[in-house]
Design a protein around this ligand. Sequence first.
Ligand SMILES: [Zn+2]
Length: 414
Amino acid sequence: IRSSVVLHTHTYIWLRHPACKIEVPERLTVSHEALVQSGLADRCVSIPVREATDADILLVHSEEYLEAVKKTPYMTLEDLKEFTLQYGDVYFHPNIYHCAKLAAGAALQLVDSVMTGKVRNGMALVRPPGHHSMRSAASGFCVFNNVAIAARYAKQKYGVKRVLIVDWDIHHGQGVQYSFEDDPSVLYFSWHRYEHQKFWPQLRESDFDSVGKNKGVGFNINVPWNKVGMQNSDYLSIFCHLLLPVAYEFNPDLVLVCAGFDSAIGDPEGEMCATPDIFAHLTHLLMNLAGGKLCAVLEGGYNLTSLAQSVCQTVQTLLGDPAPPPANLDGPCKSALDSLHCVRSAHRQYWSCLKHAGEEGNSIEEKVWPEPPKRVTPTIRTAVVLPDGVTCPDGCKRFSSSEDLDPLIISKLK
Ligand SMILES: [Zn+2]
């Protein structure tokens, strides 16, 4: 059984919006080309895409929103512009509805292939991405929430009980969070550039203390990066000290990855410094879960070189090749450790693997004891000089003249 790569090769070249400078068709062509050049594509099973049906899309989105998006292919450019303005940072192209259906459908084809055992795992290379889109709104280049739809689809069609969604894209997938924040069957983990809410989408609910709601409390894990320049050590620390212990305890039946590579070095959006080979390790660490059933779905990634290398690292690991020796492991930085401690503390009451989190600084308990009682210095009342041969009276202590007396006693005798 091999890994699969799903591509909607016959359409992605059409989706180019003149106003959008970074979410460009070349993202898929360079990724695919790199897979071919490296010989990885030959080792993969290619799976044909299909369009997501209305029923698939309605698993996550509202009917009103779907109907609105359905009209976009028939809109004039002027109307499209106006339609777009109601959402944030998204560009509607006359062909985007078709492409968005293929992107979501590709994720579902991958889920089908993995759940039926046709392949062990796989990656869907798709555009537009999905993790920002919400029930009734497009956002951040995203139209339909490909991974959220895939999670609901897997639960509905295959009776999957627990789905882990790992979002290693550098942006917070707020759309995924909103979809599952009260659902304990889907554990959503996201790390994201946050900079104390200064970085897009600048949401209060992207911080570490948004842990889920109602029955889903504890099943939403946000790791805010409050500085740029995070490196391999920072990413690995979060995996080793937070995600993996919780993921093992959660024990998912399926792992979905919001595989955005704007978290890699060179990306103009992420401004992080983790190298593409880190994705070999992150992927490898996740492959031990859910019996290896892992579906990665492309999200962001805007430096074409870094993106193509990261895609190859991920796919090569999915194919079972050992990961390269990890580079540049200098230990996590202070800011990453601060974030790690905040998240671990926020979740300590929900996960037994974290129950002692936050005690690191207080492990030496502060001891309390009574102050010693005040001591009274006894006063020396009487000093008597006796001639030799005279007996010392009761209650007195005799010092011979030849004895070396303690200077303190002498000072008190004077
Ligand atoms: Zn992103």
